[in-house]
Design a protein around this ligand. Structure first.
Ligand SMILES: Cc1cc2nc3c(=O)[nH]c(=O)nc-3n(C[C@H](O)[C@H](O)[C@H](O)COP(=O)(O)OP(=O)(O)OC[C@H]3O[C@@H](n4cnc5c(N)ncnc54)[C@H](O)[C@@H]3O)c2cc1C
Ligand code: SF4
Ligand code: SF4
Length: 1014
């Protein structure tokens, strides 16, 4: 049996006492010393893992002041505080063994937008894309760009002085910071903006922390001005992290430039006033192809002559990874190199305010490209993306590239440690060739891309950090790269900040490093703010070193290989944070979006499962054996120990497994993570494996049995007297109450009054029988299709199924209906894995017998249909025959559709896609557009996130509120503001959620097409 996990690294008593005092002082945010929260915030996107003592989530700036004011008192000078935003740092910037202060959950309001004057005031937890979304109606945007724009916070951007694509035109974050509100360690809230000499003098004269800071920073500048000018490279990416070169800006003293890039080592930024830039009216992007990466790099320098707004280079490894990702469907149209192999590309962007200017710029470039096409070292072709929407598609692919670099097969995975070097752009090609030689010498795999206009290279060599020998390469390679960047007058940290790499601060800052220490001391005299990074306050206190900080690999190494493999669908999460996507209209992780709790995200769940396996491995528990044992268990015999353990749980007995279970319980099993995570982390899969083992020790909730068995009992309930009994009972308030409070289920759907069999008979349709189908002629078989039923549509939405059948028949197909068989997906979702495997094997045989007839199998509900190709294949040894989504099937029969087109009236509608389908079968969404276009219809895809129902999630009592709140995030406004006849939906869950929360009925696309028939 699964053992209880309770011997954990506890929060130090000093921190608990400090947190008690914080609470007493009136702190209103969340204080979380729980092991799950600490585990989830123990990582960022780096190779490091450091367990904090606790996590606090301030509700407002006053909470931060309470934390700092107390920490600065004599009693608590050993307390360490590290600010955290989106946690997307690649070098351990926000990791600490002290207290994580997460500013992202509550301090995320856009406070003011002044479009006339071109600025916005925001709290520091606002996500960059969130801000730009709000600014779009004003034609403005916050210009500094970064790949993580959908999850990185303004506070994080300021503190890493973030920049990325377009930096040559728009500069870095620092260039757009007008004013900052920073909570200093003293508890003071300091408002900083460029100040004149008189104000500086006045402030410097003060004896308080603010006075000391101003006096110190100015003194450093006055004494070392010449050295600073000589030392700081004249690069686009400068040398932030106490940017001494910009203490004075246009003659004014500007403390903001010291705070920008300071990585939380000087104070907590709580508010910022930011400069805004006009969105260029027009944009176009020329995607230039090369047969070698070196050629693309070298040519980029000449392309700069066309004065584009930015140029980015990508190599074939990264392109290969993009090809395997969902993102490729949106950009493949821009990669037609007429069959030639593309080993590198240059993405060259132009922006302009008039068509004429844009066209002039494009033709300047393309004329030159055409002259050179096919010459040695020159392009082999190009494609043009026009308009913001198309341009954005290519930038989205480029943005995803860093994440994709983490998605390789095998145990050696691309890892960040030398991933953002910057050299003068003219040195970049030579630098990269030498960099490649370093990596090739170690026989490492890697992919590369970069901002060639700014001289920045992104590369992640593939290492298995569970292997101690490979971990040693981190030091060896870094040292070699440090020497290489110095040779080329560059920087080790061109974009992603320093973090643990602060070890090299003294190397790069040279004899200016002591001045950094002076500044650190003025802000943080006892080294309490994110210590060990950028600079320490005293010589004798060392900076962190790249190979002396706890790594993930070190901990992962202790997980038993069998368990690692069994839970492989979650083990490779690299923390890049794509699952923290802010956009409510994006399908990615509804459970995180609605809770804003990182434990309720794919990354959170993957982190917890890894820690759970590590703790079990420490106890020599074999999880594969635990799972096998479940198969042979006699339920009644094991009821008593499980009941006993559950009783103890009720009495408050701690078990880390409960924290893991709680995180898993919030998951909708929507599979958006599986499709959209660059690493393809598949939460529903490892969640099911966890639940199976967890419920070997504890009693399952009743609802699990109800949901798991529903598919099996529903055919019986659908028979006449039972149907009436079931539907009547489900409509009675006392029954509803019992179901809600005892069984944990709400709003159970009613079985439809139509008798499916009778309706089939009425239409003279038959159930698919292999013998009958074998007897069909070739032409009859050719126009036949077998409809694979699912419990939800067949029994609860019978008219939808019948309409789909009618529509297919109208389109010229002969429909056969596969006799109903439970699909088993609910069993998988709830971790009844042995039963699921049994059902899957049984169904595989049935499906195979029908598939052998040569007739296509087609499912109706996307999530049930996709389970044949996603879940079944993991549990059935034999090949599972394809079961197509209905649109995939129709897309294969375009001639038949064309022949029927004249029978359809024209129309225009919108489709609200199902999450699983959108994220796991992206081509299928395009199929709908094409099918509708062929039948005289305009189909627009409405951008919506998850509807909040996701199978039975929304029917579980504990999820009812979250389900509705998820619906409110994106679906509510769309459904409310448009007539329901205009909206179509493919998912059973989505339709039933709309019916439940809006009392509106959305049609399936084929129901709509049926109505369009003349
Ligand atoms: C896949 C990937 C791609 C990336 N691409 C880019 C890129 O193109 N350009 C780029 O610049 N970076 C990039 N990064 C790095 C990272 O996203 C940026 O550094 C980003 O600015 C961090 O923001 P965050 O909110 O996640 O901050 P966090 O990682 O949470 O914190 C970063 C640092 O800021 C400090 N901090 C955070 N909030 C505050 C606050 N309110 N007050 C004081 N200190 C604070 C933290 O202590 C920490 O030192 C990438 C990272 C990943 C994983
Ligand atoms: S689950 Fe995927 S998207 Fe989320 S942090 Fe992990 S690897 Fe990134
Ligand atoms: S399945 Fe959906 S809810 Fe669950 S972790 Fe993945 S994205 Fe989040």
């Amino acid at each position: 049996m699964l053992p209880r996990l309770h011997e954990l690294t506890e929060t130090q008593s000093a921190y608990l006492a400090y947190l008690d005092e914080v609470r007493l002082a009136g702190f209103e945010g969340d204080i979380c010393p729980d092991y799950a929260q600490r585990t989830v915030l123990a990582t960022d996107n780096s190779i490091y893992q450091i367990l904090p003592q606790a996590v606090v989530l301030p509700r407002h700036a006053e909470d931060v002041q309470i934390l700092t004011r107390l920490a600065a008192t004599d009693r608590w000078q050993a307390i360490v505080l590290s600010p955290r935003g989106g946690g997307t740092g690649t070098n351990g910037q926000s990791l600490t063994d002290g207290l994580v202060v997460d500013l992202s959950k509550y301090l995320n309001q856009i406070l003011e937008i002044n479009a006339d004057e071109g600025w916005a005031r925001v709290q520091s937890g606002v996500v960059k894309d969130q801000l730009n979304h709000a600014l779009k109606p004003f034609g403005l945007f916050f210009a500094p760009e970064l790949s993580t724009s959908n999850r990185a916070t303004i506070g994080g951007m300021i503190n890493t002085d973030a920049s990325g694509q377009g930096s040559v035109l728009y500069g870095k974050t620092r260039d757009h910071v007008l004013e900052l509100d920073t909570v200093l360690l003293s508890g003071d809230r300091h408002h900083s903006q460029p100040i004149d000499a008189d104000t500086l003098k006045r402030l410097s004269a003060g004896t308080d922390r603010i006075g000391q800071i101003h006096a110190t920073v100015d003194d450093v500048y006055q004494r070392r001005q010449a050295d600073i000018i000589a030392k700081f490279p004249k690069l686009n990416r400068c040398m932030t992290g106490y940017d001494l070169a910009h203490i004075y800006d246009q003659g004014q003293f500007n403390l903001n430039n010291i705070i920008c890039g300071s990585e939380g080592t000087l104070g907590f930024v709580v508010e910022a006033k930011l400069n805004l830039v006009k969105i260029p009216k027009l944009a176009a992007l020329v995607n230039v192809f090369y047969s070698s990466f070196e050629a693309s790099l070298r040519d980029a320098q000449t392309l700069l002559g066309a004065q584009p707004s930015s140029i980015e280079t990508i190599d074939s490894t990264v392109l290969g990874l993009a090809r395997e990702d969902i993102i490729w469907h949106s950009v493949s149209q821009f990669f037609d190199a007429q069959g030639q192999f593309i080993d590198g590309i240059n993405l060259v962007e132009f922006t302009a305010d008039s068509e004429a200017e844009l066209e002039r710029n494009i033709s300047n470039l393309t004329e030159r490209l055409q002259e050179q096409t096919g010459q040695t070292g020159k392009n082999i072709g190009y494609a043009i993306a026009r308009g913001h929407q198309q341009v954005q598609l290519l930038w989205s692919m480029r943005k995803k590239a860093v994440g994709l670099l983490g998605n390789a097969k095998g145990e050696a995975r691309p890892v960040p440690f030398v991933e953002d070097t910057a050299v003068p752009p003219e040195n970049l090609a030579d630098f990269i060739m030498e960099f490649r030689a370093v990596l090739d010498k170690h026989k490492l795999r890697y992919g590369m891309f970069g901002h060639v206009d700014a001289g920045v290279l992104h590369v992640r060599p593939a290492l298995d950090l569970k292997d101690e020998a490979q971990f040693k390469l981190v030091r060896q390679i870094t040292d070699q790269v440090v020497a290489l960047v110095s040779k080329y007058n560059g920087l080790l940290w061109g974009e992603h900040g320093k973090g643990v790499r602060s070890e090299f601060s003294p190397t790069f800052f040279g004899d200016l490093y002591p001045e950094l220490q002076q500044i650190k001391r003025a802000f943080d005299p006892f080294n309490q703010l994110n210590p060990g990074k950028i600079a320490t306050h005293q010589d004798k206190i060392p900076l962190l070193r790249i190979d002396e900080v706890g790594t993930r690999g070190e901990l992962d190494r202790t997980i038993a290989v069998k368990s690692w493999t069994q839970f492989g669908s979650g083990m490779y999460c690299n923390g890049n944070g794509a699952c923290f996507n802010w956009d409510p209209n994006d399908a990615m992780c509804p459970s995180f979006k609605v809770t804003q709790d990182r434990r309720q995200s794919p990354k959170g769940r993957a982190s917890l499962i890894r820690e759970w396996l590590r703790l079990l491995s420490e106890k020599n528990v074999d999880t594969t054996a635990l799972s096998e044992r479940q198969k042979r268990r006699v339920p009644l015999l094991h009821f008593i120990p499980r009941a006993w353990n559950s009783l103890k749980q009720r009495q408050g007995q701690y078990d880390f497994s409960h924290e893991v279970a709680d995180s898993m319980a919030g998951c909708l099993a929507c599979k958006s993570c599986t499709g959209q995570c660059p690493i393809k982390v598949d939460v529903p899969e490892f969640r099911a494996r966890f639940l199976q083992i967890y419920y070997g020790r504890y009693l399952r909730p009743l609802k699990d049995y109800f949901i798991g068995s529903l598919e099996f009992i529903i055919p019986v309930l659908a028979f006449a007297p039972f149907k009436w009994l079931y539907n009547t009972a489900m409509s009675l308030n006392p029954v509803k109450r019992v179901l809600r409070d005892v069984a944990g289920m709400v709003d159970s759907p009613l079985i439809h009054s139509l008798n499916f069999r009778r309706e089939l008979r009425r239409r003279k349709l038959f159930f698919a029988d292999p013998i009958l189908l074998d007897g069909l002629s070739a032409s009859e078989r050719e126009r036949s299709v077998i409809l694979v039923q699912d419990a939800f549509t067949s029994f609860f939405e019978t008219p939808v199924v019948l309409d789909i059948i009618d529509c297919l028949q109208e389109l010229g197909f002969r429909v056969w209906v596969m006799p109903y068989a439970p699909n088993g997906k609910p069993l998988h979702v709830h971790g009844f894995l042995h039963l699921f495997a049994w059902v899957a094997k049984r169904n595989q045989r049935k499906l195979q017998r029908l598939a052998n007839t040569g007739i296509a199998l087609v499912g109706i509900d996307p999530s049930m249909t996709l389970s044949y190709r996603a879940e079944y294949v993991k549990y059935v040894k034999l090949a599972v025959p394809p079961v197509y989504l209905v649109q995939e099937f129709l897309a294969q029969h375009k001639e038949r559709l064309a022949a029927q087109a004249h029978r359809f009236n024209t129309g225009s509608v919108k489709l609200l896609g199902h999450c699983t389908e959108k994220t796991n079968a992206p081509a299928a969404m395009k199929d709908w557009t094409e099918i509708f276009a062929m039948l005289n219809q305009t189909l627009n895809h409405e951008a919506v996130g998850c509807c909040g129902m996701a199978g039975t999630y929304g029917h579980e009592t504990r999820n009812r509120t979250n389900s509705e709140n998820i619906y409110k995030l994106s679906w509510q406004a769309v459904v409310e503001n448009q007539p329901s006849e205009m909206l179509l939906s493919t998912g059973y869950s989505c339709r039933s959620q709309v019916k439940r929360l809006h009392q509106k009925t959305l049609a399936h696309p084929l129901q709509y097409l049926l109505q369009c028939l003349k």
